[in-house]
Design a protein around this ligand. Structure first.
Ligand code: RBF
Length: 211
């Protein structure tokens, strides 16, 4: 019997051409990671995200992902601020579109080029495979809570691209690398689409538009 489980594709096709997206991935379990990152990149590009607006960074393991997301989101705002003529402007978590942080310092409307825009979404990709110690449980729990906290605190969508697999086979299946007849589905593709969808929503919602 067909399973009812899973993500129904969105009826809306989101346009990523104006979005800036970061991917940060761990290097543990590299074969699976590489497939997931490739899947996410493929869907970002298919949605129109420009290559120059995609930043990819790596960290050692999944435990490092939350800090990396947090610093990259902050860094993208600082990069934006340093481009402003208003020296105190810019650090502006969760507010889209960018609005001046103060009034009274008339700054010429700068043509802000895309590579200096803050990230519209960050995709955190890691692969945790259960071993014989409690490491797995601690890392899964702390990383998922920390990633959720970052997105809620900053207002920047953090896409949860962390596989928590009980076996190598489960991890391979979820990256479309299954060794059996069925290769499985590459969840990195869903994360790329989720980043474009959430980035688009947050831009609109930040402008008070809900239609
Ligand atoms: N990182 C992962 O991304 N996936 C893993 O499956 C994973 N397993 C680990 C198992 C053990 C016993 C240890 C000590 C670390 C593991 N890490 C794993 C690395 C972890 O996320 C982190 O990079 C290191 O603990 C350094 O902070």
């Amino acid at each position: 019997m067909a399973s009812i489980k899973g993500l129904l594709p969105s009826e809306t096709k989101y346009d990523g051409s104006a979005l800036r997206i970061a991917i940060v991935h761990a290097r543990w379990n590299r074969e699976v990671i590489d497939a997931l990152v490739a899947g996410a990149l493929q869907k970002l590009k298919e949605a129109g995200v420009k290559e120059s607006n995609i930043v990819v960074q790596s960290v050692p393991g999944s435990f490092e992902l939350p800090l990396a997301c947090s610093r990259m989101i902050a860094g993208s705002h600082i990069q934006l601020a340093s481009n402003d003529t208003d020296l105190l402007g810019g650090l502006n978590f969760g507010t889209y579109p960018k609005v001046p942080s103060r009034t009274g310092t008339p700054a010429p409307v700068a043509a802000v080029t895309m590579p200096n825009e803050p990230f519209d979404a960050v995709i955190a990709i890691g692969v945790l495979i259960k071993g014989s110690t409690m490491h797995f449980e601690y890392i899964c729990d702390s990383v998922s809570h920390a990633l959720m906290k970052i997105q809620v605190d900053t207002g920047v969508p953090v896409i949860f691209g962390v596989l928590t697999a009980l076996t190598d086979g489960q991890a391979l299946d979820r990256a479309g690398l299954g060794r059996g007849e069925n290769k499985g589905h590459n969840h990195g593709e869903d994360w790329g689409l989720a980043a474009v969808e959430m980035g688009s929503h947050c831009r609109r919602w930040g402008q008070g538009k809900f239609a």
